[in-house]
Design a protein around this ligand. Structure first.
Ligand SMILES: Nc1ncnc2c1ncn2[C@@H]1O[C@H](COP(=O)(O)OP(=O)(O)OP(=O)(O)O)[C@@H](O)[C@H]1O
Length: 603
């Protein structure tokens, strides 16, 4: 019961809060109703930031820009429609949402497709807001009945009108409050649903590990732009509500103070909680209302600032974050199973069946061919004109001393590093310039040196998100993920958070995620690191079985593991192919010993 309530808390409490707000809306003092309406609007604006920051991982200071633009656009529409048609809300909100979304999509396109860093993105978003602030000071335009008058602003904006026709009158403060509550609640519940949908799950994964999400085959930049556009739509709606509430807009809506207040609402309420920004805006709004009413003796800003600093410092993730932490203490620990987990034991029959099915669905194994592949970092050349044809049948092991270029070679093949020269072919496709997600969709499955799992998600959720990348069908992904979980013998840990797993278990989970993709070429970078001897034997069995169905390339330092793979062994040195053969011959090769021991002419 307690657990169920916790799972549904994002729905149950907001429903209660909405009902209470609606119940008291009629009896509120009209002035308080008027002021409280603005708190809800700011909460909605905070929600727009939470979508892109708390869930998407980008601290955008452009939310007030989308809010202001949505406000202006919605107001112009409302001014022109109201005299004949009434219904300002119906005209202004969709127009503002679409406008906000388009502007956010355009800005998001620049930010995400240019692969800007987090800090630069935040600064660019802030610069965009400042630019609008500056431009709107002098921007004058007549649009029908609406006059945008530079720093004189835009006045004569009709209030919230729900009735049709010229005669329809604007709502009084209490009615306006109730209407804004209903609109905000509708946006909140839709957002709550969206963030729990498959789209939202991928958005969360991008925030946790963007590279891994792309390595699963998701077109991350498209998803980021869509999420940003959605946040812009919410900000636009908030802007239109604000315009109808205030009946007046001017360029101060794009000011620094406005832009910086929004992250504060989110932080005080709880980043990533969606409902938190409303709580943050209401708490801050109510505090300043009460302090401004005489309680602070003229020191409202000072006292409010001090309270905010204390709240952010001591609550860490805001009110809702703190509440959640407290609540979690009384729930059973899902990570208990990780502590009691035994060593992973592969079920080879199931593995064989999974791999045969993958071939039936994704087609036969593909060759991976590198033709003079070349990668350079300044003076360092970790991949120096490597030409190699990798085929299915037996696994390939890449060995070599530290810094030989093994990981760089794999990263060049998957597109994490862009080669400066040469070609890379996956089957018949030239993938030299393809995006990472495109290579994965064409059949490449990669596990990097460090296990990459989504730490906040459970083991099952990790496998599911990998399977869903390929199947694009939730139920089919359930089936694939459950089978791989069973094959790894990790059923008992399905509800454990991936971050609670040991390093070795995370390696297995990462390998399981790669298998969910039904890859036609598999690249594994140091998969045995952190595994016990028993697990390394199981891994060797898995890799050999895998190589019968797909092309497999493994980078490894553990020579005993490499020996048990009974495959092709290639030594890399200073970015070049140095020697090839079976492991026993290579171990007896003086030149190979020289490079490992750092002696002789080859070093
Ligand atoms: N992103 C990068 N920027 C600059 N230099 C890099 C980068 N990645 C790798 N290198 C350099 O390329 C060389 C090869 O590194 P790489 O990690 O590929 O070697 P490795 O054989 O995998 O080593 P190890 O066994 O220690 O993992 C090193 O000198 C490394 O410093």
């Amino acid at each position: 019961m307690f657990e169920k309530l916790h799972r549904r808390s994002g729905l149950v409490f907001p429903i209660l809060a909405t009902l209470i707000a609606l119940a008291i809306s009629g009896s509120l003092d009209p002035y308080l109703a008027f002021v409280a309406t603005s708190w809800i609007i700011f909460g909605l604006l905070g929600l727009s930031l939470d979508v892109i920051w708390g869930r998407g991982g980008l601290l955008s200071l452009a939310q007030t820009a989308f809010y202001g633009l949505g406000g202006y656009f919605g107001a112009v529409i409302a001014i022109n429609m109201a005299p004949s048609f009434g219904m300002t809300l119906v005209w202004a909100l969709p127009a503002a949402a679409v406008f906000g979304a388009l502007i956010a999509a355009a800005l998001g396109y620049i930010i995400f497709y240019s692969r800007m860093g987090e800090l630069q993105s935040t600064i660019l978003s802030y610069t965009f807001t400042l630019l609008l602030w500056s431009v709107t000071q002098t921007f004058k335009l007549d649009v029908g009945e609406a006059t945008i008058g530079g720093d004189n602003g835009l006045s004569n904006i009709p209030g919230i009108i729900l009735g049709f026709g010229a005669e329809a009158g604007k709502l009084k403060p209490n009615g306006a409050f109730a209407t804004v509550v209903v609109v905000s609640a509708a946006v909140y519940f839709f957002t709550h649903w969206l963030m729990r949908s498959n789209f939202g799950k991928v958005v969360d994964c991008i925030r946790i590990d963007i590279e891994k999400t792309e390595l699963l085959g998701y077109d991350i930049r498209k998803i980021q732009v869509l999420n940003f556009a959605y946040s812009g739509a919410i900000a636009g709606i908030a802007g239109a509500l604000f315009a109808l509430w205030a009946n007046y807009l001017n360029p101060s809506i794009f000011s620094v103070q406005e832009a910086l207040l929004i992250p504060i609402y989110v932080l005080v309420g709880g980043l990533g909680t969606l409902a938190g920004p409303f709580l943050g805006a209401i708490v801050i709004g109510a505090l300043s209302f009460w302090l401004g009413g005489g309680a602070a003796g003229g020191q409202t800003t000072l006292i409010l600032g001090a309270i905010l600093i204390l709240l952010v410092l001591f609550l860490q993730n805001g009110f809702l974050g703190a509440l959640n932490k407290l609540w979690m203490r009384y729930l059973p620990d899902p990570n208990e199973a990780a502590r009691n987990a035994g060593a992973v034991k592969i079920d080879t029959d199931v593995l064989d069946a999974i791999l045969a099915e993958a071939t039936a669905q994704a087609g036969p194994a593909k060759n991976l061919v590198t033709d003079e592949a070349f990668k350079q970092f300044g003076g360092v050349i970790p991949v120096n004109k490597v030409s190699r044809n990798f085929t299915p049948g037996k696994p390939y092991s890449l060995i070599g001393p530290n810094g030989a270029g093994k990981s760089s070679f794999l990263k060049t093949c998957v597109g994490i590093y862009r080669p400066e020269g040469g070609k890379i072919l996956l089957g018949d496709d030239d993938i030299t310039k393809a995006a990472i997600f495109d290579r994965v969709r064409k059949g490449m499955g990669v596990k990097n040196q460090k296990p990459q799992v989504f730490g906040d998600n459970t083991v099952m959720q990790n496998l599911w998100i990998a399977a869903y990348a390929r199947t694009k069908d939730g139920r089919a992904a359930d089936v694939v993920a459950t089978r791989i979980l069973g094959m790894l013998g990790m059923d008992g840990q399905s509800a454990v958070q991936a971050s609670a797993l040991s390093h070795g278990q995370q390696q297995w989970l990462d390998i399981g995620m790669v298998l969910c993709l039904a890859p036609r070429v598999v690249l594994l970078d140091e998969p045995a690191a952190g595994m016990t001897n028993e697990e390394t034997r199981e891994l060797s069995l898995l890799v050999r079985t895998l190589a019968k169905h797909t092309t497999v390339v493994v980078v490894e330092h553990d020579m005993e593991f490499v020996r048990t793979l009974e495959g092709h062994v290639t030594v890399l040195h200073q970015g070049k192919l140095f020697a090839e053969g079976d492991i026993e011959t290579l171990r007896a090769n003086d030149a190979v010993l020289d490079i490992y021991l750092g002696r002789g002419e080859h070093v």
